[in-house]
Design a protein around this ligand. Structure first.
Ligand code: NAD
Ligand code: GLY
Length: 384
């Protein structure tokens, strides 16, 4: 039986940013109602659907059909999937299409995809004719719980991730959790790292919910998925409303990312995917916090157990302290040469602290020592 979208419960979370405020709407099968939703937020004229080939295969036909039915003139822009598309060259290609298709200030871009598509589309919308409206329709878990909310948009530079961009808030974020059914399992699991992050930084009961319901979440149980997407968006919306441009409070969203980004950079963005690196980063940063006296062993144990339960990695790959520290110093979060890190004090509360190289080295050496002992024992073998 076909589900009628009107009968499906809809959740709305406001992102309160004065005249740049917008709703996050979460509803199963929302894709089928895209036309009505765009009308509701005042989009008119041409719609450029920016998407990638993976998404186009599953959802482009439906999106085109419902938007045309609502009276929109639709122009699809289909890009290759993956982080390698997040470049200024892609932005130039999109600009060429918008000029050729005579997009105007009142035309709209719609990002139908994961974080890569959302970041590219938002940045394109920020710069075409000095700014046109855009709408986020996130389809990956990372995008539904994190990247589509908050207005960070941009592309990568050969020298680093997200180095070029703009703050640009969307008109609306329209989330259809049913799209997660076609998301590859590795990407689903990676998205859970950001979900766990929200529990650590802001909400112990939510963390406890994740501890008790991980099986249902991994099985994409309807209620469990809607609950984790909703709570993640609520926390992100609250943090962004308090500090849109990351002067202070928004920095807590970077928990796990100081070491996580370093791991991604050391792997040349080819090994661990973002959520996997953040998962290891969270466990390491919590353990560093324990070493520095900010939190108890219990915080680390609970976090590590939940990360592992989600199927995410917890162990830092082999590397030298020099490589790790150099990569940590290259991150955007470094200010006046000081590396800052978000550390948990309990599950549900964090603080941002400066890191001293010698103290991080002492933690790193202590962490490696048991591993070196284990390796030496293995090499010695039994009876030798
Ligand atoms: P992604 O956009 O590359 O998507 C991952 C893969 O899943 C891609 O191959 C994509 O085609 C595929 N995919 C997405 N949705 C699908 C679906 N429903 N069905 C089938 N396939 C699907 O990566 P991501 O993990 O979504 O996002 C990572 C990007 O987001 C990075 O570039 C990161 O820098 C950015 N990001 C931005 C913010 C922000 O605040 N702007 C926050 C976090 C991450
Ligand atoms: N993903 C971190 C932020 O939006 O600030």
């Amino acid at each position: 039986m076909r589900t009628r979208v009107r009968e499906v419960p809809q959740e709305t979370i406001p992102v309160e940013l004065g005249e740049r405020s917008y709703p996050i709407i979460i509803q199963r099968y929302l894709l089928r109602a895209l036309g009505t939703e765009l009308q509701r937020v005042g989009c008119s004229g041409k719609i450029g659907i920016v998407t990638d080939r993976n998404l186009a295969k599953h959802y482009l036909q439906l999106a085109r059909r419902v938007l045309k039915a609502a009276g929109y003139h639709v122009i699809p822009i289909v890009l290759p999937p993956g982080e390698r598309t997040k470049t200024l060259r892609t932005i130039a290609t999109i600009m060429d299409v918008l000029v050729a298709e005579k997009f105007e200030r009142a035309s709209t871009l719609l990002a139908l995809g994961g974080g890569v598509i959302g970041d590219i589309t938002g940045f394109s919308a920020a710069i075409y004719q000095r700014g046109i409206p855009f709408v986020q329709v996130p389809t990956s878990l990372v995008a539904q719980v994190d990247s589509s909310v908050g207005g960070k948009t941009g592309v990568d530079h050969a020298k680093g991730k997200n180095l070029i961009g703009a703050f640009n808030q969307p008109r609306a974020v329209l989330i259809d959790p049913v799209t997660l059914e076609t998301l590859p399992i590795r990407e689903k699991i990676a998205g859970l790292a950001e979900v766990i992050k929200y529990g650590v930084i802001a909400d112990e009961p939510f963390f406890r919910y994740l501890e008790h319901n991980m099986e249902a979440i991994l099985a994409l149980d309807e209620q469990a998925i809607t609950r984790i997407v909703k709570r993640s968006c609520e926390i992100k919306a609250e943090v962004v409303a308090a500090d849109e441009r990351e002067a202070d409070r928004r920095r807590i969203l970077n928990f796990g990312h100081t070491i996580g980004h370093a791991l991604e950079a050391i792997g040349g963005y080819r090994g661990l995917i973002h959520g996997e690196a953040v998962a290891i980063g969270m466990v390491c940063e919590a353990d560093l916090a324990r070493h520095l006296g900010y939190c108890s062993e219990e915080v680390v144990t609970r976090l590590q157990a939940l990360v592992a339960k989600a199927g995410l990695p917890v162990q830092m790959p082999p590397m030298t302290f020099g490589a790790l520290w150099t990569a940590m110093r290259q991150d955007k979060k470094v200010s006046s040469g000081t590396v800052y890190c978000v550390v948990p004090t309990q599950i549900g509360t964090v603080q941002v602290v400066p890191l001293e190289k010698q103290r991080v080295r002492a933690w790193f050496d202590g962490k490696r020592a048991p591993q070196r002992r284990k390796l030496a024992n293995q090499l010695q073998g039994p009876g030798r």
